[in-house]
Design a protein around this ligand. Structure first.
Ligand code: FES
Ligand code: FES
Length: 204
């Protein structure tokens, strides 16, 4: 037996010591134990959430960690809001909450109960497109379309806020919405058109 071959007794001691050390590390760091790592832990209690989306109330039972974006896409099948970065950096997930734009990947669904959520599916009036949707088509303001629903939701808010007075102002106030296809000039033109069509307030 080499000096590194432990006897059975030594091996048992070593295993006990290692398990104790691992348990201590888990206690100190909050790292998940074996059961959690294997998915046998029941996880956090689920919560009942009433979401008001596009004028309709939806009752859902969710993991409390569910983002508003995932609740919309995975539970309500409202897939117009897109998941780009999931980190609040691209704007693809933009929706309106009580009329103000928010990045739905950064909001927890359980915390927005009772708020009026508007998604891209809710901006048209029946068959009649919102003026900004029509302007996007008219101005050819999208290519792949992945950012488009977020751009439109942010643009709707930008116009309502009175921040569509000039090209530079629109660029500044739309800077949280990225377009990898580089359709920015067309997007700005569409917002200008829609702002004129809707008699947007001017705030400078
Ligand atoms: S997916 Fe929400 S900001 Fe990118
Ligand atoms: S149209 Fe492709 S990312 Fe904007």
């Amino acid at each position: 037996m080499s000096p590194f071959d432990p006897t059975r007794r030594e091996l048992l001691k070593l295993t006990a010591a290692t398990s104790g050390a691992l348990a201590t590390v888990r206690l100190l760091t909050g790292a998940p134990g074996t059961a959690a790592a294997q998915g046998t832990n029941a996880g956090p209690t689920r919560v009942d959430v009433a979401l008001r989306v596009n004028g309709t109330e939806h009752r859902l039972t969710l993991d409390p960690r569910t983002t508003l974006l995932d609740a919309l896409r995975e539970h309500l099948q409202l897939t117009g809001s897109k998941k780009g970065c999931g980190l609040g950096q691209c704007g693809a997930c933009t929706v309106l909450m009580d009329g103000k734009r928010v990045k739905s990947c950064l909001s927890l669904a359980a915390l927005v109960e009772g708020r009026a959520i508007t998604t891209i599916e809710g901006v048209a009036q029946g068959e009649r497109l919102h003026p900004l949707q029509a302007a996007f088509i008219e101005r050819d303001a999208f290519q792949c379309g992945y950012c488009t629903s977020g751009q439109i939701m942010a643009g709707v808010a930008c116009i309502a806020e009175g921040h569509a007075g000039s090209v530079q102002e629109i660029r500044d106030w739309m800077s949280g919405n990225l377009c990898r296809c580089g359709a920015y000039d067309h997007i700005v033109a569409a917002i200008q058109d829609a702002a004129r069509a809707t008699d947007s307030p001017r705030r400078g």
